[in-house]
Design a protein around this ligand. Structure first.
Ligand code: PIT
Length: 163
């Protein structure tokens, strides 16, 4: 059981809110909640959601958001992930209003490491943008979020389209 707090974003599908476990209020999570009546009606959305969940479950990388658990209640499916406390990548929120070249290089390197990891698993994110990369608490690490459009792509079909 979770207590839901303020909203972080309302993305492609459902809203993401900060939440605490009632049994352990020390740690905050980010929870994306999707209405069950929205998914149970539509075959396409259901298979996309299943891919999202399978992908989140199969990845483990320092620059990719970590899944904590998935659970259902009466009306919603909840995807519980770690909370990325550094928030959005916004130069206005940095110390002198802009990022240094070294900082940008570090962020880009981390994002590319996450992408390389995904691509080696034949996973494509398909919604890469600055809004889908968030800072950890100390703002030294960025993590990729939102696998709502992600897909497994078999390397075989990829090869076929190349030749
Ligand atoms: C936030 C803040 C935060 C984590 C998230 C969003 C995570 C969102 C997310 C959304 C997905 C997904 C995985 C993670 O597949 O700390 O605003 O659709």
């Amino acid at each position: 059981m979770y207590t839901f707090m303020r909203s972080l974003s309302s993305g492609s599908f459902g809203t993401v809110r900060i939440a605490y476990k009632i049994s352990n209020p020390e740690r905050a999570f980010a929870v994306k909640s999707i209405r069950r009546d929205q998914i149970e009606g539509s075959r396409d959305d259901t298979s996309e959601l299943i891919q999202e969940l399978l992908i989140l479950r199969s990845v483990d990388h320092p620059n990719i958001v970590k899944l904590h658990e998935i659970y259902l209640d009466h009306d919603y499916l909840h995807i519980v992930t770690e909370l990325l406390e550094g928030g959005e990548i916004d130069p206005k929120q940095s110390e002198n209003g802009r990022f240094s070249e070294a900082e940008v290089a570090r962020m880009v390197r981390q994002a590319l490491q996450a992408l390389k990891y995904l691509h080696d698993l034949n996973i494509v994110h398909r919604d890469l943008k600055i809004e889908n990369m968030l800072f950890c608490k100390n703002r030294r690490f960025v993590k990729l979020i939102d696998f709502g459009f992600a897909k497994f792509c078999s390397s075989q079909s990829h090869k076929l389209t190349q030749t």
